[in-house]
Design a protein around this ligand. Sequence first.
Ligand SMILES: [Fe+2]
Length: 142
Amino acid sequence: MAQFSWTDDLYTGSTLIDRDHRKLISLVDAFFETMERDQGNGRMSKAMGDLVAYTERHFGREEGEMERIQYVALLAHKAEHAKLLRQLAELKEMLDAGGRINVPAVADFLDEWLRNHILTADMKLAAALRKQRSAMPGLQLH
Ligand SMILES: [Fe+2]
């Protein structure tokens, strides 16, 4: 059973962001599965590598949107992205070095990581994107 799955409270209302988040959640879940089934560091590291790569692309897209609308909280949101990526990279490094993973702790961390960021920073960003759209009805990009 999927541990990490989409729930409607994560819906931001931005098509671009919501689509990315669904994919992100499925990658977190794929990683979780390798952990839960104790599939070895190689498989876990590969799944984490996929998650890191997609997260980088997703954060890049969000940051592109922030720049486009000259988002007021751009620097803070970017800093949060950088921190999240660093934490994932550290986890991957630990796996690559052959370290053992504390499954419940990492599951909590991932859950917190996803939900907190989406429910706080991304909700605010989506609201700002909506506001921008209604201010410029000719520019309905998303
Ligand atoms: Fe974000």
